[in-house]
Write a protein that binds this ligand. Structure first.
Ligand code: 13P
Length: 255
């Protein structure tokens, strides 16, 4: 499997952080630090920061994403935001199936699949999160879990549409815990996910799909993780809230 066939993408997931002035300041600090990046750079921000982020990144190499979207185009879904609403704003990316959505907001493989469908229909690129819980890793069923999540989420996604899917392997036990998967663990699961994609589509599709790692990736450990043959970038939580740290990860992916 040839890593050169894929573009590395470093995406920040700001989660529920930053007011608009804080968002603007962070982006302004980040822009000069990542302007020469030789990888995709995306920041996924709270809905309230989307317009601010789009204005601050206009004409730059930073793309903007949302952190979720609903599956319906519009309707009686109080508190939700639809994919066409994001598209109309100028948003390009959307995170779907994050483990925090699955853990705290009842997200299931079924709702993930519906949201992926809606995002693709609206013309967005999806950062699709999958990953096992600690108990599942300890029970030796990591591959079954991520395989099932991948198959469910990609159900109904055509080979052509796969070009607008980035997979993000995020072991739940490594998120926000400071406990990173080892580079070997990350690569092993990313490689397995690629074999699942190959079974669903074909080898060329599997070779071409970007698979990120996420979970306590930081300025210090990024290089080793990103050096792995099946790790094509990162989905960064905590470290994406500090411009120098995020920029160091972007630099590690650009080598
Ligand atoms: P941390 O980088 O804070 O562990 O978060 C990872 C994550 O959940 C990104 O989506």
């Amino acid at each position: 499997m040839n890593k050169n066939l894929r573009k590395a993408v470093i995406a920040g997931n700001w989660k529920m952080n930053k007011t608009r002035p804080e968002a603007k300041a962070l982006i302004q600090e980040l822009l000069p630090l990542v302007k020469d990046a030789d990888c995709g750079v995306v920041i996924c921000v709270p809905y309230t920061n989307l317009e601010t982020a789009l204005a601050a990144t206009a004409g730059t190499n930073i793309a903007v994403g949302a952190e979720n979207c609903h599956w319906a185009e519009s309707g009686a879904f109080t508190g939700e935001i639809s994919a066409p609403m994001l598209k109309e704003l100028g948003v390009e990316y959307v995170v779907i199936g994050h483990s925090e959505r699955r853990q705290y907001f009842g997200e299931t493989d079924v709702t993930v699949q519906k949201r992926v469908r809606a995002a693709l229909d609206a013309g967005l690129t999806v950062i699709l999160c999958i990953g096992e819980l600690l108990e599942q890793r300890e029970a030796g069923i990591t591959e079954e879990i991520v395989g099932m999540q991948t198959k469910a989420a990609l159900g109904g996604v055509s080979r052509e549409e796969l070009g607008r899917i980035i997979l993000a392997y995020e072991p739940v036990w490594a998120i926000g815990t400071g406990k990173t998967a080892t580079a070997a663990q990350a690569n092993e699961v990313n490689h397995y996910i690629r074999t699942v994609v190959e079974k669903l589509y074909d080898k060329e599709a599997a070779d071409g799909v970007t698979i990120q790692y996420g979970g306590s990736m930081n300025a210090k450990n990024a290089e080793e993780l990103l050096d792995q043959p099946d790790v094509d970038g990162g989905l960064i939580g905590g470290a994406s809230l500090k411009a120098p740290d995020f920029a160091a990860i972007v630099k590690a992916a650009s080598r």
